[in-house]
Design a protein around this ligand. Structure first.
Ligand SMILES: Cc1cc2nc3c(=O)[nH]c(=O)nc-3n(C[C@H](O)[C@H](O)[C@H](O)COP(=O)(O)OP(=O)(O)OC[C@H]3O[C@@H](n4cnc5c(N)ncnc54)[C@H](O)[C@@H]3O)c2cc1C
Length: 471
């Protein structure tokens, strides 16, 4: 061991000692105690990275103390919820610490009158919804992975299938408690539905991917549960017909809870993995190139029946080969299978996943353009997406990293040229950063870097992702 390594080891020992003094021995994992789960998120392209240590704070005070230590040692800190992210946002850095929130997972308060919940960042979507369902309430942001945490959802501005009706995470966070990179604590917003009182720091934090501050508490807006739900499945033999059906449904007077698109390959993948038979005949399956899933919800059973009939008629008029109104268990199974489409793509050997967003009127033309781009790089692209929001999820099959990189660049550039963005909900993280830095407007990047340096001048929080280039 040379001198430099000895000095480094001594500094790491000193750091771990300081962290243990702040959190107690159970609050710091290092060496053999580091579980491999902490070395990655669910991103297909990112190599696992072993951090120096993982810290598990139990309170805001502990988070603040860790950030003061990180500030003093100038050690990077990467924040981690459940690690279900798909952009490398929670991927550790080698010479840094991971802060995870499994010990900060309390629901502090549910206020039925204000319809709000105050939660710690490690609360998962499942935990929150299980706790509030008996009160007739729901936190309506449903990204496909309900083991994800509120902290992670805020980090990525998570969306999901219900965004068409309810919006995304940023529409449901009313206030935050945030620990800054130097350990200071601020509170933003609260149980108030509006405020015109200066720059909106709550909104700035949402989608900042753990690079501006540590969310230690969130005040969330809840909704009443609408108990009646129906699910329609409509196969189409052409993309054009599916496209006009989407416009028809969106403008037809009934706002769907979900409006999802799946190409025939993705549909066959998710139903066979989930083992569901939806009663689609072989003949229709052979002719279908695209499927739409429309979910509707209502507080009144008879209104739901009317809405279901209206939407079924719209789908038929636009050329659906058949319209299936699924019985509730089959509808639920189909939605759950769609939520897990990522795992079907992974099992099929997808090399990357993109979640570009375009204006929803452009989505099918955009997908046709993407197919042509894929052909030029000898790649195969399978797709599904939250079509009601213009959010396309593409599984990209091209093992050659150079060709795949060219393809992704072209896919993003095409989306941006029609008013879209690189990511609709997964974030930029480490894995889409090179495209973001290349394609985003330089003045916007400059402003974002200045914001980062105001919040975190030493670049302690989440380095080498989003606007901070890799060293
Ligand atoms: C099968 C599957 C389906 C999915 N479907 C969807 C979908 O439909 N829509 C969607 O939006 N996403 C989807 N995702 C992606 C993922 O679930 C979301 O990105 C989710 O928000 C990540 O939450 P997490 O707790 O796992 O966070 P992580 O992956 O651990 O972290 C995500 C980001 O948040 C930051 N972060 C974590 N905690 C905090 C904190 N306390 N303060 C500040 N920043 C923090 C991290 O640093 C990181 O940048 C899916 C993932 C899978 C595996």
């Amino acid at each position: 061991m040379n001198n430099a390594n000895r000095v480094l080891d001594a500094v790491v020992d000193e750091l771990v000692d300081a962290l243990i003094a702040a959190l107690g021995p159970g609050g710091v994992l290092s060496g053999d105690a580091l579980h491999s789960d902490y070395t990655h998120d669910e991103t297909l392209t990112a190599e696992p990275v072993l951090p120096l240590a993982v810290v598990l704070p139990t309170s805001t005070v502990q988070v603040s103390n860790v950030m003061k230590i990180a500030d003093e040692f100038e050690i990077p800190v990467v924040l981690r919820g459940s690690g279900t992210g798909l952009s490398g946002g929670a991927k550790p850095v080698e010479n840094g610490v991971v802060m995870a929130f499994e010990k900060m997972a309390s629901i502090v308060e549910v206020d039925e009158i204000n319809r709000t919940a105050v939660v710690e960042p490690g609360v998962t979507l499942d935990q929150l919804n299980d706790a509030i369902a008996p009160k007739g309430l729901v936190y309506p942001v449903f990204p496909g992975e309900s083991t994800a945490t509120i902290g992670g959802n805020i980090g990525t501005n998570a969306g999901g299938m219900r965004a068409i009706t309810y919006g995304v995470t940023r529409h449901h966070v009313l206030g935050l408690e945030v620990v800054l990179a130097d350990g200071r604590v601020i509170r933003t917003g609260g149980k108030i539905v509006k405020s015109s009182s200066g720059y909106d720091i709550t909104q700035l934090m949402i989608g900042s991917e753990g690079t501006l501050g540590v969310v230690t508490q969130a005040t969330l807006k809840l909704q009443p549960i609408r108990p009646f739900v129906s699910t329609l499945l409509a196969p189409f033999s052409s993309l054009d017909e599916a496209a006009s059906a989407v416009q028809h449904v969106l403008c037809g007077g009934v706002t769907p809870l979900m409006l999802e698109y799946l190409d025939a390959i993705t549909m066959s993948g998710i139903t066979s993995i989930a083992g569901i038979d939806l009663g689609v005949s072989d003949n229709i399956r052979a002719r279908a190139v695209a499927y739409l899933i429309v979910a509707l919800e209502s507080s009144h059973e008879d209104r739901l029946e009317d809405d279901t009939e209206t939407v079924a008629t719209q789908l038929s008029e636009d050329g659906a080969l058949e319209v299936y109104v699924l019985p509730r268990p089959a509808g639920t199974q189909l939605i759950q299978a769609r939520e897990k489409a990522f795992f079907a793509a992974k099992a099929a050997g997808a090399d990357d996943l993109v979640d570009t967003v375009v204006p929803r009127s452009e989505i099918f033309d955009y997908m046709t353009a993407v197919s042509t781009l894929a052909d030029t790089q000898g790649a195969f692209v399978a797709g599904c997406g939250h079509v009601g929001d213009g959010n396309v999820h593409l599984s990209v099959f091209q093992p050659d990293p150079e060709k795949r990189g060219e393809l992704l660049r072209a896919i993003f550039e095409t989306a941006m040229s029609i008013g879209g963005a690189i990511s609709g909900e997964h974030g930029i993280g480490t894995e889409k950063q090179k495209y973001f830095l290349e394609l985003e407007h330089p003045v916007k990047l400059d402003l974002m870097r200045k914001i980062k340096s105001v919040f975190d001048p030493k670049c302690i929080l989440g380095p080498e992702r989003l606007v901070d280039p890799p060293t």
